[in-house]
Design a protein around this ligand. Structure first.
Ligand code: FAD
Ligand code: SF4
Ligand code: SF4
Length: 449
């Protein structure tokens, strides 16, 4: 979604719509337990500096999240039951833009222990922050030249690298070191990191690679993985698109692809082919509406069969499908209609059918579970693997990945403290204040969607 910022006055008016629920449903629905009720209260009182500080106390990626978070809090907001929910994410952006947000995090007393984080996406960055403010010395190994993970494929009309840079600048006084262009797995191996003096390892490998369709013709010139296309546009590298572009997929990456294709190839026709119907699309409903407004042509209930062309892609053969009974996950499975094949003429195809992880060189005995959306995570409590000092995390969105990191570091810190004969303790105030992390008044239990 393209977010237009509130003015100060609009933000204060919007914040006043919040009824300051005794039970903070919005906080319970936030995977990082962001105390949004409190920052909204401060904005209503015109204290934007206070609101920025409260926001950053729980959310080290607030400059990015205030633009791209999928707003799980707003789905739970009670004001939304009878009307429009409070615009909690827009208010986070107002806190960051009108309040003092160029703060620096402060580490608590050094623990003298080192922890390696593998992967510098949202999960790895959150783990590094959680560990850094608790006084650990953290090294983040990132295989790409820059950290950020999939956030670095989000198109610039939604967020830019400057937002990520603002977030990372607040880490400057923590003992967090980034080792870029350095893949962990085959060399060095996880075991080696533990032998080299790291007390623990957090694997935050995410899904850096794209999935393929597995149909004939996928190797033809003009057929491109959507992830690579979005990354190129994001990095400012030239992209070569034709005049008849087809995007295959129904998730958020497909939606970013159609909209980025429209912007990268003015005048081109852009169609989206999806094998289920609109109701079943996993993409954010607002993104779908906005893509329709931008005149993307949606072709539902079409399954790709083959890509055809001589020296370059010239067409996508699709078969019509109808939706059968729900599968184990509750979604209706597409059933092909025999003899219904048609060819959609095209000169560019962007394949957006999901991402996958790269576990090459990681030992099988860590007993990782690869989720249906592709990232590996520990099967044990709070994402622990079979090794007591190795955790594995990831998530379906930026804030879910960060939430997993928070849970894992809570448990990892508890285990390392036990080893040091120290009592468990909550995360200290990340700005060096006296009040450690605590759940806001009235909080009962997490709401997860
Ligand atoms: C186009 C696109 C748009 C999206 N839009 C949104 C959005 O608007 N809002 C939202 O909330 N979410 C969005 N998402 C999803 C979100 O980006 C992911 O859920 C999130 O990035 C997952 O974080 P992660 O840290 O688990 O994994 P990743 O972001 O995949 O990060 C993993 C990192 O680990 C690194 N790595 C992997 N293996 C190794 C290794 N062996 N050694 C060293 N480094 C390694 C990778 O290079 C990568 O930097 C979008 C995703 C895409 C692709
Ligand atoms: S991080 Fe996302 S879910 Fe949490 S309060 Fe902010 S907008 Fe809501
Ligand atoms: S649930 Fe909605 S109304 Fe209640 S505190 Fe949160 S933002 Fe305010």
């Amino acid at each position: 979604m393209i977010l237009h910022a509130y003015s100060r006055e609009q933000a204060v008016l919007e914040a006043k719509r919040c009824i300051q629920c005794r039970r903070p449903w919005c906080v319970e629905a936030c995977p990082i337990t962001q105390d949004c009720r409190e920052y909204i209260r401060l904005i209503a009182a015109e204290d934007f500096d206070g609101a920025a500080r409260v926001t950053l106390r729980d959310d080290p990626m607030a400059s990015s999240l205030c633009k791209v978070c999928y707003r799980y809090c707003e789905d739970a907001c009670v004001v939304g039951k009878k009307g429009v929910p409070v615009a909690i994410r827009h208010l986070k952006r107002a806190a960051m833009e009108y309040g003092r947000s160029d703060l620096a995090y402060v580490a608590s007393r050094p623990t003298q222990e080192r922890v390696a984080v593998v992967g510098g996406g949202p999960a790895g960055l959150m783990a590094a922050w959680e560990l850094g403010v608790r006084g650990y010395s953290v090294t983040v190994y990132e295989r790409e030249p820059e950290v950020g993970g999939l956030v670095r494929t989000i198109p610039a009309y939604r967020m830019t690298d400057d937002d990520l840079r603002l977030d990372l600048a607040r880490f400057r006084d923590l003992d967090v070191r980034f080792v870029r262009s350095h893949r962990v797995g085959a060399e060095p191996k996880v075991d080696q990191l533990l032998h080299d003096g790291y007390a623990a390892v957090v694997l935050a490998l995410g899904t850096p690679d794209h999935r393929t369709l597995g149909i004939p013709g996928e190797g033809l010139p003009g057929v491109l993985p959507a992830l690579g296309f979005l990354r190129d546009v994001h990095e400012g590298r030239p992209v070569s698109l034709g005049k008849e572009i087809v995007v295959i997929g129904g998730g958020d990456v497909a939606m970013d692809s159609v909209r980025t294709a429209l912007r990268s190839a003015p005048g081109a026709s852009v169609s989206l082919v999806y094998r289920r119907d609109r109701k079943e699309m996993p993409a954010d409903a607002e993104e779908v509406r906005e893509a329709e407004d931008e005149r993307v042509r949606f072709l539902f209930l079409k399954a790709p069969v083959e890509l055809v062309g001589r020296e370059h892609v010239e067409g996508l053969v699709v078969r019509s499908v109808e939706l059968g009974p729900p599968d184990a996950g509750g979604r209706r499975s597409p059933v092909p209609i025999v003899g219904s094949e048609t060819t959609i003429p095209c000169d560019t195809v962007l394949v957006a059918v999901g991402q996958r992880t790269d576990l090459d060189g990681f030992p099988a005995d860590l007993d990782l579970k690869v989720t249906s959306q592709g990232w590996p995570e520990g099967k044990g409590p709070q994402h622990a693997t079979s090794h007591p000092r190795v955790f594995a995390i990831g998530g379906k969105s930026v804030v879910y990945a960060m939430g997993a990191a928070k849970e894992a570091v809570d448990e990892l810190d508890r285990r390392l403290r036990e080893h040091r004969h120290e009592a468990p303790a909550p995360r200290p105030d990340p700005f060096g204040g006296d009040t450690p992390f605590h759940l806001p008044a009235g909080y009962t239990k997490p709401i997860r969607s």
